[in-house]
Write a protein that binds this ligand. Structure first.
Ligand code: ZN
Ligand code: ZN
Length: 248
């Protein structure tokens, strides 16, 4: 299996990544990808984005060097209620939104607390997936998180960067992968590139997906068509969610 779209990449705007969006496009092209999602961190990480970074992304072209560009975010989960560091009006204009736990924004808590925060984020209609939920710093009830993703039609990320930078991730990521296969839960396979040459580098994550026997149909970014279908379903759900909120 290969991926067509890298769902998880960062630029200099994140404050601790080292390439521009154009360089990421060159990296995606070199890797033979059809597209990539720019998922810079939300504003709560030090030295990172301002909310305007996300609203102004619409000035960027849909296609760079023949590679499709998608607007996204890796929003920070801030509390047990799944509160995020990027407002709904910003999330609504993006194609794809991850929510994730990062130490500076959400100090690791008990398994119950970490699980509650991740499940709450998955219940947010404007969030599409959770990033690196297998991080061993944040023990969670893996079945509860997978089932929350399944019920909401959201994706669990198998993050290639975790195997380098979040030591000890392998066992928990494998458990996530096996449960996704068993329950038919969607998976996103992202590089978490913080440098252009890592865009599309998902070899270890793909090996895990294969070992866990996750079928291609569950990997939202395996093909451009599957990713576009996921985005258009989610966009309709986000619009419906907005209408429901407006009526309350
Ligand atoms: Zn992250
Ligand atoms: Zn990231």
């Amino acid at each position: 299996m290969r991926i067509a779209i890298d769902t998880h990449t960062h630029t200099v705007a994140s404050g601790h990544a080292y390439s521009t969006v154009y360089e990421l496009a060159l990296g995606a092209r070199r890797r033979g990808l059809k597209g990539f999602v720019l998922t810079d961190h939300g504003p709560a990480l030090p030295g990172g984005t301002h909310p305007y970074h996300f609203s102004n992304m619409r000035i960027l072209p849909d296609c760079m060097r023949g590679v499709r560009f998608y607007m996204g975010v890796e929003a920070n989960i801030l509390n047990l209620q799944g509160g995020l560091d990027l407002g709904d009006d910003y999330l609504r204009i993006l194609h794809f939104a991850y929510a994730g736990l990062h130490e500076i924004c959400f100090p690791p808590g008990s398994e119950a607390d970490n699980t509650r925060a991740l499940v709450a984020a998955l219940n947010n209609p404007l969030i599409d997936a959770v990033s690196h939920p297998g991080n061993p710093l944040y023990p969670v009830d893996i079945r509860a998180v997978v089932l929350a993703a399944k019920e909401n039609g959201k994706a669990i990320e198998i993050n290639n960067g975790s195997f380098r930078v979040r030591k000890g991730s392998r066992d928990r990521c494998m458990e996530f992968a096996r449960l996704c296969a068993e329950t038919g839960t969607l998976v996103a396979c992202g590089s978490d590139a913080h440098y252009w040459s890592d865009v599309g580098r998902v070899d270890v994550a793909l090996d895990m997906i294969k070992e866990a026997r996750i079928p291609r149909e569950l990997v939202i970014n395996a093909t451009t068509a599957s990713f576009e279908a996921f985005l258009s379903r989610r966009a309709a759900e986000k619009r419906a969610g907005a209408l429901t909120t407006a009526r309350i």
